[in-house]
Design a protein around this ligand. Structure first.
Ligand SMILES: C[S@@+](CC[C@H](N)C(=O)[O-])C[C@H]1O[C@@H](n2cnc3c(N)ncnc32)[C@H](O)[C@@H]1O
Length: 213
C-alpha cells in the first residue's frame, strides 16, 4: 500500500515564487540533470505529426530539438521561466513554436486540438496533478499521446527514506518528493503504452500514455 505522508501543498503562488528564484540558474542546475530524459521525450514527440503541446515548458531547453515540421505550443505558469524560453525562441528563430503563460490545470485550448503532449519534470510541481491529467485528456485528440517524465517516489529502501526526509521542504524545493507513479498511470481515459527508466541512475521515468475513449 502507498504511504501518504504530510508534505506542504504547493499553490500557484508558491510555484511562481520558487521558479522566479530558479529561472536564472535553472539551465545550469536541474536543467542539466534532466537533459537525457528531455532529449528522449522530444525524440519520441518528433515521430508525431501535427500540433504538440508542451506543458511546463520552463526555460525552453527542449525547444531547439523539435523538428520544424511540427507546430509546438509551450505553456508555463511562471512568467520568469517563460521569459527565458521566449528569449531562446527569438534568438534561435524558432518560428514553429508559440509560448503562453498558462496554468496546466486550466488550459485555454479547445477540446481535442493536440496530437501529442509532453509534461517533463512538472507533475511533482503542479498543485493538482489529477486536474492536469484531466486537461490533457480533454485537449488531446482520441488516440493522441501524452509523454510524462518525472521522478516517482519509492515505497521502500534508502531512496524512499530520503524522499520522506525531503518532503517537509517541498515549499523551498518547489516540488513534491513523494509522488507515486499510480497518480499518472491510473488516470481515467489513458492507457499506459510505454515505460522507460532514464538517467541519471534511473532517477526519472518516462511514461507514454495513449488517450482512449
Ligand atoms: C522542473 S521545471 C521543468 C521545466 C521543463 N519542462 C524542463 O524539462 O526543463 C517545472 C516547470 O513547471 C512549471 N509549472 C509548475 N506548475 C505549473 C502549472 N500549474 N502550470 C504550468 N506550468 C507549471 C514551473 O513554472 C516550471 O517551469
Amino acid at each position: 500500500m502507498e504511504k501518504v505522508l504530510h508534505q506542504p501543498r504547493l499553490d500557484e503562488n508558491a510555484v511562481r515564487l520558487a521558479y522566479k528564484a530558479w529561472a536564472p540558474v535553472y539551465d545550469y542546475s536541474f536543467g542539466v540533470v534532466a537533459g537525457p530524459g528531455r532529449r528522449l521525450a522530444v525524440k519520441k514527440l518528433n515521430e508525431f505529426n501535427g500540433h504538440v503541446l508542451e506543458v511546463g515548458v520552463g526555460t525552453g531547453l527542449s525547444l531547439p530539438r523539435y523538428r520544424h515540421g511540427l507546430q509546438v505550443t509551450g505553456i508555463d505558469l511562471s512568467p520568469d521561466m517563460l521569459a527565458k524560453a521566449s528569449g531562446r525562441v527569438t534568438r534561435l528563430g524558432l518560428k514553429h513554436i508559440k509560448l503562453s503563460v498558462m496554468d496546466a490545470g486550466k488550459l485555454a485550448f479547445d477540446n481535442e486540438c493536440f496530437d501529442a503532449a509532453a509534461v517533463m519534470y512538472v507533475m511533482t510541481v503542479v498543485p493538482n496533478p489529477a486536474a492536469v491529467m484531466a486537461e490533457l485528456r480533454r485537449v488531446l485528440r482520441p488516440g493522441g499521446s501524452a509523454i510524462v517524465i518525472n521522478h516517482f517516489s519509492r515505497e521502500q529502501g534508502l531512496r524512499a527514506a530520503a524522499e520522506r526526509g525531503l518532503a517537509r521542504f517541498s515549499h523551498n524545493l518547489g516540488w513534491h518528493p513523494i509522488f507515486p507513479i499510480s497518480t499518472v498511470t491510473r488516470c481515467h481515459g489513458f492507457r499506459l503504452v510505454e515505460r522507460i527508466d532514464v538517467p541519471p541512475f534511473g532517477l526519472f521515468t518516462l511514461l507514454r500514455l495513449e488517450k482512449v475513449s
